[in-house]
Design a protein around this ligand. Structure first.
Ligand code: 13P
Length: 252
């Protein structure tokens, strides 16, 4: 049975005071469960706060990006080893906002994936097509290319210690969620691509859906056979919403 994961991506939101309320709420709302795991990917300055609040709880924490380099003269960058120093378990790699706004290429994303694993982190590799790409019928070509960059550089075996998140760009922050059937189709495609290289590994690979997941639509998304949890943006900033989404993942 695949493990289910609900990951919160706080993006560039929060403050010490707001985070404290959110983390305290999550701590009392989320209980340890065999059914699902939880993680919050917080802005770098709040990693220490996440570490001190969440240590010893069933909630893991992580970051939203990392450098592809181990160390050196890279002003403003943060290495995987630094994230491990703060107890991070996960790190997002190749989020569409990084790809679109900061020009991260497939090659760079693949290097970041490798750097994350090299530092002992579990990368959550984000893939997904834009609206224009979907409407031009090239969703599988785009997602296949994003996936191939990592498979080619790290090898399929690396996915044992990784999670994939399918996030159609047109569904992020727009309130326009992919239908469960649309998401399922791409998840099945991703599992199929990996399965052609290693069927057993593909069967155990956690593939999350992200893009306007809310308390009200999580259950039907997580009920789909190839959707193993969610990567949550806006709703991860509201205690009741994130807890409800985690409940949906546990009971799906
Ligand atoms: P929303 O849930 O706000 O649409 O964001 C999704 C996302 O980008 C998570 O990484």
């Amino acid at each position: 049975m695949r493990s289910r994961l609900v990951a919160g991506n706080w993006k560039m939101h929060g403050s010490l005071a707001a985070n404290q309320r959110l983390l305290d709420g999550l701590k009392s709302g989320l209980k340890a469960s065999d059914g699902a795991q939880y993680t919050v990917c917080v802005p770098y300055p709040y990693l220490s706060q996440a570490q001190s609040c969440l240590s010893g709880t069933p909630i893991a924490w992580g970051a939203q990006n990392l450098s592809e380099h181990a160390q050196g003269a890279f002003t403003g960058e943060v290495s995987g080893a630094m994230l491990r120093d703060f107890g991070c378990r996960h790190v997002l790699v190749g989020h569409s906002e990084r790809r679109a706004l900061y020009g991260e290429t497939d090659k760079q994303v693949a290097a970041k994936f490798q750097a994350a694993q090299g530092a002992g982190l579990i990368p959550i590799l984000c893939v997904g097509e834009s609206l224009q790409e979907r409407e031009s019928g090239v969703t599988e070509i785009v997602v296949g290319r994003q996936l191939a960059a990592v498979l080619d550089s790290s090898g399929v075996g690396a996915l044992v210690n990784a999670v994939i998140a399918y996030e159609p760009v047109w569904a992020i922050g727009t309130g326009r969620t992919a239908t469960p059937q649309q998401a399922q189709a791409v998840h099945a495609f991703i599992r199929g691509v990996v399965g052609r290289q290693d069927a057993k590994l593909a069967a155990g690979l956690s593939i999350l859906y992200g893009g306007s997941v809310k308390a009200g639509n999580a259950k039907e998304l997580f009920a789909m056979p190839d959707i193993d949890g969610g990567l949550i943006g806006g709703a991860a900033l509201v205690v009741e919403d994130f807890v409800a989404i985690c409940d949906a993942a546990r009971s799906a």
